[in-house]
Design a protein around this ligand. Sequence first.
Ligand code: PMP
Length: 289
Amino acid sequence: MKVYVNGEFFDKENAKISVFDKGFLYGDGVFEGIRAYDGKIFKLNEHVNRMFDGAKVIMLEPPITKEEAKEIIIETFRKSDLRDAYIRPILSRGIGDLGLDPKKAKKASFVVIVDKLEMYPREIYEKGMSVITATTARARHNTLPPSVKSLNYLNNILAKIEASNYGVPEAIMLNTEGFVAECTGDNIFLVKNGVLITPPEEAGILMGITRATVIEIARKHNIPVQEKLFPRTDLYIADEVFLTGTGAEVVPVVEIDKRQIGNGKRGELTTFILNEYRKLTQLEGVAVK
Ligand code: PMP
């Protein structure tokens, strides 16, 4: 395993960053989670674009260009001995003083970690997952913008703690109006009468790259898709529910707040989308090794 830190490659034990880095002090920065399958990096452009968009929103000047970021990500993956990997690029504000002012940090840091990650046990993809709705609301657009994948994940972590307290792996987060937004680290879809429905950007979500891929798969196979606001009650009475994310891929949900979803088994459309997604991950991507 290799870690890139500001121009150099280190082993896991020696990959370090200053305690004065504002990413550590204040969660001031942005990051990505990318997967590589069988030597190919999936959706590299999309992830790097989202990271640079996030950096622009928080006025963080990356120390490298987009092209350089891609090359460094590729190189860090190449140096690892993994063919299937989870890649974590991080842009943090860099070293400054103990105050909040980002201008005190003269140069942003760029870090790339390549590791393995199994988000959920294998059997969950067959049997489905049980989730709860968190009492912690998803941040509003005028607080901590949900569309920016910032290093400040406490909003999501508070909901994750609720899930963990209830003994389930994931929690659904509503926005402050009570509409379904997303999960702590995944987007959410429901299936009703053959139609795929997922919350729109205004619900307060990260615009997931897996979400976009699933929408593309559905459109290609003439499965109707709607992006619209819905309350959590629509989830309880859905035929199927599934989550999407780079780490998690496509996860069937069979129980929400103790209500069985559909027939309590992984749904037909969920199975189709899961299989098509897995096919794509094997076919597409930037070939590195
Ligand atoms: N929402 C949140 C809050 C996330 O952290 C993630 C994971 N990056 C997602 C959704 C899914 O996004 P993607 O499909 O791009 O991984």
